[in-house]
Every structure is written in C-alpha cells, then in structure tokens.
Ligand binder design. Structure first.
Ligand SMILES: *[C@@H]1O[C@H](CO)[C@@H](O)[C@H](O)[C@H]1NC(C)=O
Length: 345
C-alpha cells in the first residue's frame, strides 16, 4: 500500500497505525482459505516443449510464448463441477496479440457438444493495460457467445492475483482475487447452454494476433519475446470423474455439497456489492446489452437499468468508460479491490 506519505512525525505515526489496521482487516476480508496443490499433483504439460518451466519448488510454472511456440498445461483429471483457481502474473511491456487463457473445457472429448468456461487475458501495446474477458459455452453452443469484457483495477503484471472459476450445478461465478465479478445462475430456459459435462482445466499462452488487440490491428512483436506468464498456488477442488462413464454420483454429490458450502461459494452481501461496483466501473462490453447481436437477451441475462444505460446497442460503452479516472484514484488509494470499489458509487 502507498501509505507512507506523511511529513510530520505524529501524522506519520498515525498513518502507519491506520495502514496496519487497514491492511490487516483487508487481508482478513480477502483471503479465501484454499488448499493449494503442487503442479504434478494436479496437472500435466499440454504443449510447448521447453516453454513450460516448473518452478524449483514444484508448486508453480511459467508458460512462455516465443517465436516458435506458446505453451500450456491441463489438469490430469476431468471434473464434474469444481473450483479452479490460480495465482497468475502476466507478462509486462509490449504484449499486443498475446492471450493468456485460464479455462475449463471438454472439447477434446466432446468435439461437437463441448462445454467451456473462459477467463482470457488480452495483451496490449506498451503503456496500455491488459484487459480480460469471460465467456461460457454449453453442449456446443458455439454460435451463442456470452462474452463480457473488462478493464482491471490493478496492474496484473506487477504482482500475482488470484483468478478463479466456480462451477456448480446451480451457478457459475468468476472471481478476481476475492471479488466475484460475474455470476451466471442456471435457469430452465438456458437448457444445455449451461455446462453440464465433466471438464478439464487448461492454462495456455498463445499468439492471437488476428483478434486479441484492437481487433487484430496490433500483432505479437517477437522482439519482446519470450512473453512469460507465471502460475502458482494452484487449486483444483471438485469431483474428478471419467467423462465417458455415466456420471456416478453419490461421491460427486457429497463433493458438490462440500464445494457449495465452501467459503468462496457463499457470496456475502459485501461481495455482491463489490461485484456490482466492479461491473459498473470496469465492464466495457456485455453480450446482454448487445441488442444488435441478441435482440432478445439470452435468458440468464439480468438487465440492470443503471448498467444498461451506459451501453450502446453494440454492447459497448457509450462513453470511453469511467475506468480511467477511477483507476488513477484507486491506485493512489489502495490495491485492495474491496476497499477501492467501496468508495465510489
Ligand atoms: C446436446 O446437443 C446434442 C447435439 O445437438 C443433442 O443431441 C443433445 O440432446 C444435447 N444435450 C442436451 C442435454 O440437451
């Protein structure tokens, strides 16, 4: 925290005191209590030869993208529901065209009817911050993208931040640190568009020059390679199953129940308020407001009037978005999202 600004001594000690209180309470409010695993306990190398580099303690990996290849890893099991999470630090400087993805999918097993839950980080030219998007598909609903795009309230290249996907039979929640940023509640009308078959967890870095930055205007520049994304404090909570068997389920029901009662699954009123503030401030595209694409919003869309008026019929913001001025302010104030998001409505 940028707390130590005071000039006079007594003011200085007051500040230190306040800093201690604020940082300890925000830490309490922040940290989910998670069981992290080592890389080899839960994952294996997917592609990219020597561009996947395990950390010396075996608890993390670096994924590199260079002119020859990107790289990626995959969970060794498939899961029928779960909580998938990692602390991730993204490559810095010029990263246009680079995509770092943290997602679940079963596309290898169910080619035509796959399910998928995505967090995709989109790089940018020097001086322009990373953005990210979330999306989901169910039973091959690839013609019905459900993308949302967001700016971030911190610099994801400076420190590790936790990114998580919670998938239960009732809902899907995407988290950044401990802030739930998107919730999709399963409804009858969604039918099989809601993911329902076992999925693996994937993490990859790759060259998406054709679309990632300004619609493909800025490509990967390998003068800046290798691009390095770091992953650690990995979490895989869920019922691991054989995707081909019919889903067996006494065991899974017990694990599902456990996941649904875990701290991260219970969205507190404070977290819900933080989610609302995040979305009002940092979301700059939503398929739910893209009426050119979906004249009738898909059934899970919750149209929030105070959000909707900010978006054009393309689902993009009417104005450049308020994130820029807020961002400057929030950086000065604190890196803690709950605090930052709290102060401004
Ligand atoms: C998933 O899609 C396939 C192919 O379109 C269809 O046959 C099947 O009934 C769908 N599954 C569910 C659960 O709707």
């Amino acid at each position: 925290m940028d707390c130590l600004y005071g000039s006079s001594l007594s003011f200085f000690s007051l500040l230190v005191f306040l800093c201690i209180i604020i940082s300890s309470s925000s830490q309490l409010a922040q940290a989910f209590n998670l069981n992290t695993i080592s890389f080899d306990e839960g994952y294996s190398h997917l592609f990219g030869d020597s561009n996947l580099v395990r950390s010396p303690d075996g608890r993390g990996v670096r994924l590199l993208l260079d002119r020859f290849t990107g790289s990626g890893f995959i969970s060794s099991s498939m899961y029928n529901h779960g909580f998938f999470s990692a602390n991730i630090k993204l490559p810095s400087d010029y990263t246009a065209g680079v995509v770092v993805a943290f997602y679940t999918s079963n596309g290898d097993v169910f080619e035509k009817t796959h399910d998928e839950l995505d967090i995709e980080f989109l790089g940018d030219i020097t001086g322009k911050p990373w953005r990210f998007q979330t999306n989901l598909y169910g039973n091959g609903s690839t013609s019905r993208g459900r993308e949302e795009r967001y700016h971030m309230w911190f610099d994801p290249t400076k420190d590790f931040h936790r990114y998580s996907i919670l998938w239960t039979s009732k809902s899907i929640i995407f988290f950044v640190d401990e802030v739930p940023i998107r919730e999709v509640v399963r409804s009858e009308e969604m039918g099989s568009d809601f993911p329902a078959k076992p999925m693996s967890l994937y993490a990859t870095i790759w060259d998406a020059s054709t679309w990632a930055t300004s619609g493909g205007k800025y490509k990967v520049n390998y003068k800046y390679a290798p691009f390095v994304a770091e992953f650690k404090d990995l979490v895989l909570d869920g019922c691991s199953v054989d995707p081909i068997q019919e889903f067996p389920s006494a065991v899974c029901s017990a694990i599902d129940l456990q996941i649904e009662s875990n701290e991260y699954s219970v969205v507190t009123p404070e977290q819900r308020a933080a989610m609302r503030r995040f979305r009002q401030r940092y979301m700059y595209y939503s398929y739910c407001y893209d009426t050119l694409r979906y004249p009738l919003p898909p059934p899970e869309c919750v149209i929030v009037p105070s959000e909707k008026f900010r978006f054009k019929e393309t689902g993009r913001l009417k104005f450049g978005g308020s994130h820029k001025s807020h961002k400057r302010r929030s950086r000065r104030r604190s890196q803690t999202p709950v605090v930052v998001l709290d102060n401004d409505d």
